[in-house]
Design a protein around this ligand. Structure first.
Ligand code: ZN
Length: 137
């Protein structure tokens, strides 16, 4: 098991998002007035300002938009990872999120722009919120 940083609450913008990770669900808010997807999540629509949002569940599949590889990170929770990826993922529902690609041998070689990936939730040693990461399909 890993130990990545955990969210801290109260933090009303993203709390429903993090609560859903406990059920291994990737949730995202959609404005009921103008249908804009708000991601990263906010309490209001970033397009029209409405606070009338509906939370939906993503199928968790998408493509790698772009990525970078961190070769060394001395922060607790990352120091033992070795080289790891930081990637923008375009979810099929139409929003982009920052995450990482896992389940590969070498992040400098095995990740490609346009690669199909699926979310999975990495349980943490401490803290109740699993971290959504993406694995090649
Ligand atoms: Zn709106």
């Amino acid at each position: 098991m890993a130990q990545r940083p955990q969210p801290r609450f109260p933090e009303p913008n993203t709390e429903p998002y993090w609560e859903a990770t406990k059920q291994n669900e990737l949730r995202y808010p959609v404005c009921t007035a103008c249908e804009t997807i708000i991601f990263t999540p906010r309490r209001h629509c970033t397009d029209c300002g409405s606070q009338d949002l509906e939370w939906k569940v993503s199928r968790g599949e998408g493509t790698v938009y772009t990525f970078s590889v961190v070769r060394q990170n001395r922060m607790p929770g990352f120091v033992d990872l070795g080289a790891y990826s930081v990637a923008y993922i375009d979810l099929d529902e139409g929003f982009r999120m920052l995450s990482g690609v896992i389940g590969i041998e070498d992040p400098t070689r095995d990740i490609h722009i346009g690669q199909r990936v699926r979310v999975e939730f990495e349980e943490q040693e401490e803290g109740e919120y699993p971290i959504p990461l993406f694995r090649p399909i």
